[in-house]
Design a protein around this ligand. Structure first.
Ligand SMILES: C[S@@+](CC[C@H](N)C(=O)[O-])C[C@H]1O[C@@H](n2cnc3c(N)ncnc32)[C@H](O)[C@@H]1O
Length: 321
């Protein structure tokens, strides 16, 4: 089931507590002179830890698609000659000339940061009334309000089901399309109220808009396409022996990462019905199994509770499975 990152606040305003910090950075196996890319800078929790392990010849490349995250990176790291910063989607990492020399490690800590969730004006949260935006990259693209103004009922229902497993998706989509004739959906509060009206409060402790907000966010930001492209790009850009560490926060992301590592490890899941499938040459090996935050971390930072970390290593040559 697609589960969302909880919107309860585990930290102070506009801060981000890094999730599985020690485990993720250990997974990268940072070498002092290595070249690492953090594709999801956020507020730099993981980046700071990687940098603390680099010597003077090491190199840290920082990306984020959110201009506010990039401004935070510039403010803190622009003076460090080991650091380079780029405002872009990590799916385009291979286009960055700083990456051309090859990477020793790539970290992707997926989803949204606490500052994005907690700043009402970003429109990610149903907890406060604000413009219905939800774009991580506020400099381009269609907002959630734009999507809901133009999409067909069928399209809206598919997004709510595919990215949120919202079983009231069809009814919610129908109500959105009926209501938007009179009043376009431009505010988070307006949408949350409609969902509550249509779906009711059925899951105790969970706002009825949780699944729909997650689904719209994934659609507006093209998150699963970016992840698939980012994983392919990371594998191409890693040097042999280089590490990939990915932290996901819902089952759609984790499944994408898990299948990618499985497929690139030369392991094929043959179906009992179809003909046997030949394994492609292995390019990656999984490093250990999926890891989860400790109960102490979840208690200290409730937003870590749905995290899953997977680590893989690029193989030296193409190895037949
Ligand atoms: C969970 S936060 C990362 C937090 C960070 N590791 C820290 O400790 O502060 C996710 C960040 O990744 C960014 N992001 C998500 N998808 C992205 C993508 N496809 N390309 C670039 N940045 C992305 C978001 O804008 C957000 O700032």
């Amino acid at each position: 089931m697609a589960q969302s990152r909880n919107q309860d606040s585990g930290v102070g305003p506009l801060q981000h507590v890094p999730v599985m910090l020690g485990e993720a950075v250990e997974g990268l196996s940072v070498q002092p002179g290595g070249r690492y890319l953090d594709g999801t800078f956020g507020r730099g929790g993981h980046a700071r830890e990687v940098l603390s392990r680099l010597g003077p010849d090491g190199c840290l490349l920082l990306m984020d698609r959110d201009p506010q995250a990039i401004a935070a990176a510039q403010a803190e790291f622009a003076g460090d000659p080991r650091v380079s910063i780029r405002h872009a989607n990590f799916s385009s990492m291979a286009e960055w000339d700083r990456v051309a020399a090859g990477l020793d490690g790539v970290l992707l800590d997926l989803g949204v940061s606490s500052p994005q969730l907690d700043e009402a004006a970003r429109g990610f949260s149903f907890m406060a009334d604000a413009p219905l935006d939800m774009r991580m990259d506020t400099s381009r693209g269609e907002s959630a309000a734009d999507f809901l103004a133009q999409a067909s009922e069928q399209e809206i229902a598919e997004v709510l089901w595919n990215f949120g497993e919202e079983r009231h998706g069809r009814r919610i989509a129908r109500a959105i399309v009926a209501d938007r004739e009179a009043t376009p959906f431009t505010r988070t509060g307006q949408l949350a109220a409609l969902i509550e009206r249509v779906a009711g409060r059925r899951e105790p402790g969970k706002h009825p808009a949780t699944r729909s907000f997650q689904a719209l966010r994934i659609r507006v930001n093209g998150e699963l396409d970016a992840l698939r492209q980012g994983l392919d790009a990371a594998l191409d850009c890693l040097k042999p022996g280089g590490r990939l560490a990915v932290i996901s926060f819902h089952s759609l992301e984790d499944r994408t990462v898990k299948l990618f590592v499985r497929d690139q490890s030369g392991r094929v899941q043959n179906s009992r019905r179809g003909p046997p499938v030949a394994a492609a040459p292995a390019r990656l090996r999984a490093v250990g199994k999926a890891r989860f935050p400790s109960s102490a971390e979840v208690a200290a930072n409730p937003r870590s509770r749905s995290a899953v970390l997977r680590v893989a290593e690029k193989l030296s040559g193409e190895v037949a499975a």
